[in-house]
Design a protein around this ligand. Structure first.
Ligand code: PEP
Length: 252
């Protein structure tokens, strides 16, 4: 059975003290629960990583970053490498979030480079893809996601693909309150799994975790997660509210 995941993307929210307190609360809640089939990941700003890694030690929650540099080391002021992220105790990194693609002009070639560096540093990658509203309205959503995966991921070996989680995030649903219907999510997730199957074989595709992201909240999570190719969620706004995040994990 493939792994289910619910990952919180805190984006640029919470100062250090707030983040440590919040992570401690989430950690305590899940530490006392029996281990289910859902992996929970907190993807925090860089400044929180090492402190939260200490808090999560020995518990059930995993830790991730939201981005990494496209270089290994050197004179790249302000950047944080995948190796540095790994050294904090984090195990995941989000790559290709639509906010990085849009605000920082990250294209598929750059995202492919980052993905290779992250995997090479021992991180697992949550690779985001998804279309903007005009692409969906003009019926191009499938071909856009196909291109993002072919250029961003499909240079990887089958072994490397085992360290990838794909997050389908329609850009028109991120932070907007608009959510893809469960069927829109299922259609795309099934399509993505089919592409992975063509490229890497059915075994690889069947064990690939594909998350949905875009205004997922307690009131819609169970419906979306009930679809056969939806293996959990990447959660932005609702991951900043303890009760909402926990409810979404429990829906998964
Ligand atoms: C995200 O940022 O990945 C996301 C899905 O955000 P939201 O849940 O706020 O739409």
């Amino acid at each position: 059975m493939r792994k289910k995941i619910v990952a919180g993307n805190w984006k640029m929210n919470m100062n250090l003290a707030e983040g440590l307190k919040f992570a401690g609360e989430i950690d305590r809640y899940f530490r006392d629960k029996p281990k289910g089939n859902v992996e929970v990941i907190l993807c925090t700003p860089y400044i929180h990583l090492s402190g939260i890694a200490e808090i999560l030690r020995g518990g059930k929650i995993f830790l991730g970053a939201q981005n990494c540099a496209a270089e290994v080391s050197g004179a790249f002021t302000g950047e944080v490498s995948a190796g540095m992220i790994k050294s904090t105790g984090a195990e995941f990194v989000i790559i290709g979030h639509s906010e990085r693609r849009t605000y920082y002009n990250e294209d598929d070639t750059l995202l492919n480079k980052k993905t290779i560096l992250a995997l090479g540093s021992g991180l697992k990658v949550v690779f985001c893809c998804g279309e903007v509203v005009g692409e969906r309205e003009s019926g191009k959503h499938l071909s856009v996601v196909k291109r993002q995966l072919e250029e961003g991921l499909f240079s990887l070996s089958e072994k490397e693909m085992e360290e990838i989680v794909i997050a389908y995030e329609p850009v028109w649903a991120i932070g907007t309150g608009l959510t893809a219907t469960p069927w829109q999510a299922q259609e795309m997730h099934q399509y993505i799994r089919g592409l992975v199957s063509e490229k890497y074989g059915k075994g690889c595709a069947d064990s690939l975790t594909i998350l949905y992201g875009g205004s997922c909240k307690p009131s819609n999570a169970a419906d979306i997660f009930s679809k056969p190719d939806v293996d959990g969620g990447l959660i932005g706004g609702a991951s900043l509210k303890k009760e909402d995040f926990i409810a979404i994990v429990e829906a998964a």
